[in-house]
Design a protein. Structure first.
Length: 515
């Protein structure tokens, strides 16, 4: 009524009232103080960006567990992204909307429907970005301004420490911390979930209905959080897209293995103590990593944050018993082994690598024709790179989880463009479909069926966040994997059926066991 009266008065006085009628910026009260965000997507959503969920992990806090964030006075400007965590340029498709990298990077972003209020109790979806634990940020345009939120959820994206800053696990750090070290990046995600539990109600979210989801390294992180004691109770469903810490692309070593190796890197920097190493400028630390051979940093089985391997934890039923979606893409890694592959070469490969089991291998990965050999070679590299690990994850959860498990394979051929010259369901191709942000991929032309699939996937993902079941009106039926081992194929025409790749994964698993 007030805006209507102002408008009538303006018309009567022939006075321009644009400024008077402008919608006030959305505000929220957090446990640290008040924040002022902005309207996005033509006013359909509120965005609160760059909110600190932990203290800056700098100085003496480098390589320590995240500490509580400080309170602020006044109203914090929450209209810009906070700095992304320290990293160097790795992949050309990683584009950021923040001002640049910094160690002071523990920020998150909250997107809510325009009408959300403190009493709304909307389901919450917390996104953990990918990037091999060495790159990425919550400010990527693939995850922002997403129509996913318009489906009645609160979306949280976040930064976490990466690479050497997030996962260094030296003997010296272990001595300082009771025998365990590393996993600071994963501890950051737990701290963000604790912040969500304390604050998300003010944004209209339900702290009792939180879904964590992530892709690639983000999915590896999700799998780790399912067996992390400190994360239990902070989420109630999970979605893993293309990754799991059941070996695979990012293996998880023990503290004993990593302590020695990481200490060699630390000693190579010339630092005489942890104090020296913590005083080293961030760019010098990164340069030392880039110039060293074999220095890579990822989650570690430290005995406390990650007390046991994921395989052991799931076998014992120690995981979070919550509904799950687990899946991967049809062409996670292609064009390497399959290049110039022929049926003759494929049979020779089988003999060279699997010896007496070559015929068994060729039943799982047939190559009677050149075309079949090329496809089997791509299926093998896809399994070895990513797919085998989440398959093991889904199998393990079915065995001991006693909760609904849904499995998918993303089969839609994404359009060719500069970074991906051939249409493929490549690693990360599903991201723009999940978030409905296809227009941010430069140089790609999307067909109507691709946009339809994106809408269907957003419905599946948000239905799952709401109820633990992705199914809903107007969607093809997604059967439960834990009941009949059926898989949904996300393509221009969605279908569901038996797990057609089971023989591949069973063979590879048995081959691993015999080595």
């Amino acid at each position: 009524m007030l805006l209507k009266r102002v408008w009538v008065a303006c018309v009567a006085l022939l006075f321009p009232c644009t400024l008077l009628l402008a919608q006030a910026a959305p505000t929220v009260k957090t446990t640290q103080g008040d924040a002022s965000g902005k309207w996005i997507r033509n006013g359909s959503q509120k965005a609160f960006l760059g909110l600190p969920y932990a203290a800056p992990p700098v100085g003496d806090l480098r390589w320590k567990a995240p500490q509580p964030p400080a309170r602020w006075s006044g109203v914090r400007d929450a209209t810009k992204f906070g700095a992304r965590c320290e990293q160097w340029h790795v992949w050309d498709d990683y584009i950021f909307q923040d001002a640049g990298p910094s160690e002071d990077c523990l920020f998150l972003n909250v997107y809510t429907p325009a009408k959300a209020k403190a009493t709304s109790k909307l389901p919450v979806m917390v996104w953990i970005h990918g990037g091999g634990f060495i790159a990425g940020a919550g400010s990527e345009p693939r995850y922002s301004d997403s129509p996913l939120v318009d489906r009645g959820v609160v979306l949280v994206t976040l930064n976490y420490r990466l690479g050497v800053f997030g996962f260094l696990a030296t003997n010296d750090l272990a001595k300082e911390n009771g025998g365990h070290a590393g996993n600071y990046g994963l501890m950051d995600v737990v701290a963000a979930l604790q912040w969500v539990k304390a604050n998300i109600g003010a944004f209209g979210g339900d702290a009792g209905n939180v879904t964590i989801f992530g892709e690639s390294a983000g999915s590896f992180a999700v799998s780790a959080l399912t067996v992390t004691p400190s994360a239990h109770g902070l989420f109630h469903k999970f979605i893993g897209e293309s990754g799991a810490l059941f070996n695979g692309a990012i293996p998880m070593g023990t503290m004993d293995q990593r302590g020695k190796r990481d200490q060699m890197w630390a000693d190579s920097t010339g630092a005489k103590s942890l104090a020296d190493l913590r005083a080293m400028p961030a760019d010098k630390v990164l340069d030392s990593v880039k110039n060293s051979r074999g220095a890579g940093f990822s989650p570690v089985q430290d005995g406390v944050f990650l007390p046991e391997s994921l395989a052991d934890a799931y076998a014992a039923g120690h995981q979070a018993h919550v509904p799950a979606i687990i899946g991967w893409n049809h062409d996670e890694r292609t064009g390497t082994l399959s290049k110039d592959m022929t049926a003759v070469k494929w049979k020779a490969y089988a003999t060279e690598h699997y010896g007496a089991r070559a015929d068994e291998f060729l039943k799982a990965f047939p190559g009677d024709t050149d075309e079949q050999a090329i496809r089997s070679a791509d299926d093998l590299t896809t399994a070895q790179f990513i797919a085998l690990a989440p398959w093991k994850w889904a199998e393990a959860d079915v065995a001991t989880g006693k909760v609904p498990v849904y499995r998918y394979r993303f089969d839609q051929l994404s359009p060719a463009e500069r970074l991906h010259p051939l249409p493929r369901a490549f690693h990360s191709a599903e991201l723009e479909y999940v978030f409905g942000t296809q227009d941010v991929r430069q140089g790609a032309t999307w067909k109507p069926e691709a946009r339809t699939l994106s809408m269907q996937m957003m419905d599946y993902w948000t239905n799952f966040a709401k109820t633990g079941d992705p199914n809903g009106r107007g969607l093809p039926k997604w059967p439960r994997y834990d009941q009949d081992k059926a898989v949904i194929h996300l393509d221009s025409t969605i279908t569901a059926g038996p797990d057609s790749t089971r023989a591949e994964f069973e063979f590879l698993t048995s081959a691993e066991a015999k080595h």
